[in-house]
Design a protein around this ligand. Structure first.
Ligand SMILES: NC(=O)c1ccc[n+]([C@@H]2O[C@H](COP(=O)([O-])OP(=O)(O)OC[C@H]3O[C@@H](n4cnc5c(N)ncnc54)[C@H](O)[C@@H]3O)[C@@H](O)[C@H]2O)c1
Length: 253
């Protein structure tokens, strides 16, 4: 394929589908991947994506075999991947650390950290062959500020900042850049779920008591997609190993 190819995990989700829209607008062919087959179909319909410009590829990123199988198919069908966006993630349930089940903690790491690792590991050889590539991973301000009840999610996202720096160091010399984005609140299913969890934990009026920062609202997923596109584009050709905070000023010191 002559067109640039962008592979997005979590592409059936709120942010992942907006990132898909952004890369399509920029002329890419987008491989939309998600564990949820149905979510991919719904996202394609909701955003009216033209079917010839997207390929839906369900993959559970925690399953090494499925990840390898998926990347092999991409190599066969497209020959290259120019951009990898690792947007798949889960927040799990929220609780105090002393009450947090080990199994749930591990599940969050399995998706957010190990899944991201597996995707990067499998895609890197394709990018190295081409001598060029950009990877954008999803961290979160949660990982940077240590919010209560989020030890599992927050620490998994902080791990992503470190992982991105490792990859940036090891593969910058192969023409491959790797960065992360750290959103604050973004209007998606995940935000709704977090507010519900806060309510369950006894936080009063969580919609209005959460801190948004000086812009005083949650982000539209499109605003996160713009930042991801910038990091992946040649406009950011000298940005490598950076964690771009896109939070409307929420964590200004
Ligand atoms: N929404 C926010 O406020 C917010 C804030 C900071 C960071 N983030 C991060 O942004 C990214 C996108 O989140 P979102 O808000 O769009 O959430 P979302 O729940 O709408 O989308 C996440 C997607 O990941 C997919 N997924 C989950 N497990 C998977 C697996 N094992 N394999 C493949 N896909 C899997 C889900 O099916 C879903 O479609 C996540 O990494 C999240 O942690 C979100």
């Amino acid at each position: 394929m002559d067109k640039k190819v962008c592979l997005i995990t979590g592409a059936g989700g709120g942010i992942g589908s907006s990132i898909t829209a952004k890369f399509l607008e920029k002329g890419y062919h987008v491989i939309m991947s998600d564990i949820c087959d149905d979510c991919l179909e719904k996202a394609i319909e909701k955003h009216h994506f033209e079917k010839e410009n997207v390929t839906a590829m369900p993959i559970d990123i925690t399953c090494e075999e499925k990840v390898i199988e998926g990347i092999d198919k991409i190599k066969e069908d497209f020959g290259h991947v120019d951009v990898l966006v690792n947007a798949a993630g889960i927040c799990g349930h929220y609780d105090r650390l002393i009450d947090y089940p080990f199994e749930d903690f591990k599940k969050i790491y399995e998706v957010n950290v190990f899944g991201t690792f597996l995707m990067i590991k499998s895609v890197l050889p394709l990018m190295m062959e081409k001598g060029k590539g950009a990877i954008v991973n999803f961290a979160s301000v949660s990982g940077m500020r240590g919010y209560s009840f989020e030890a599992a999610y927050g620490s998994s996202k902080w791990a992503i900042v470190g992982l991105s720096e490792n990859v940036a160091n090891e593969y910058g010399g192969y023409g491959i850049r790797c960065n992360s984005v750290s959103p604050g609140w973004v209007n998606t299913f995940m935000m709704e779920k977090t507010i519900e969890e806060y309510r369950r934990l006894g936080i009063k009026d969580p919609e209005n008591s959460i801190t948004y920062g000086s812009i005083n609202r949650a982000a539209d997923p499109k605003e996160i997609a713009d930042a991801v596109y910038f990091l992946a584009s040649d406009e950011a050709s000298f940005v490598n190993g950076e964690n771009l905070v896109v939070d409307g000023g929420m964590i200004i010191k």
